[in-house]
Design a protein around this ligand. Sequence first.
Ligand code: LHQ
Length: 272
Amino acid sequence: MTTVAGRAVLDVGRDGGVLTLTMNRPDVLNSLDDELLSALLAAFSAAASDSAVRCVVLTGAGRGFCAGADLSQVSGLGPGSVDGRGVGAALRAHLQEHYRPLISVIRSLDKPVVAAVNGVAAGAGMSLALACDLRVAAESASFLQAFVRIGLVPDAGSTYFLPRLVGMGKAMELAMLGDRISAADALAAGLVNAVVPDAELPSAAGALAARLATGPRSLGLIKRALYASLDSDLPAQLAVEEDLQAQAGDTADFTEGVTAFLSKRPPHFKGR
Ligand code: LHQ
């Protein structure tokens, strides 16, 4: 947990195999400053090496999920600045230092990551939600590719995730117009897996995460297989499946799954 002036910018909670990360800068809709970005990277990295963590939930405190980069931190800009010359190099460095490792660790984590989208997800905050494996949204949540509104291009993976999730036409619309869309529209577009009443978001996301956290080791391999398919042709993907099935076949969870089936009882997976 990272604490700034007595306040944790990231709350880290554990319940069984579920690790819940709550971005906690509610006054600025959990926009991402260096401190929060570092805390997120540290928490996801720790989850990667902690075998007791079997599912991660990412959510936000207050009425926002995450409003993207903290724009008050973009040095050299703001009221009175004439142009952005020189700022571009700083943006590139910032993306490389913070966003590239964060998005990469979420995608390469060998366990499911669920975004519980409690409110607005804007800019890189939307990218963060899209980097997760599954998304459950509150009815009042909304999504916007805010980048274009301030003259930027989508970053933190949005140009990769969006066309793959919603198709190129819709991705172009979202990225070019930057309109704020409702949770219901996000569901219709395939951006989220489920929409639930606001008050039920913690329990719905918690139940999903608890189910995943009692699933087999193969969940992490399924994640790897499906993401590999985004950049593979069929022969390559058949080879990926063979490799991953070879790994799954050697797990205690596969033995347990088959034994339980033949014994006509539910399986008790241990994630190994
Ligand atoms: C904020 C922010 C915010 C600071 C709300 N920062 N304070 C960019 C640059 C650098 C490197 C890496 O990558 C990036 C990628 C990006 O993420 S670019 C996109 C950055 N995000 C945005 O442009 C979104 C800016 N926010 C908004 O458009 C609105 O706040 C949304 C539509 C998200 C929500 O609108 P409302 O529900 O009306 O809330 P609000 O605007 O009143 O915001 C509440 C407070 O949060 C407010 O502060 P205040 O002191 O007036 O209460 C905002 O200033 C603050 N806030 N987003 N990104």
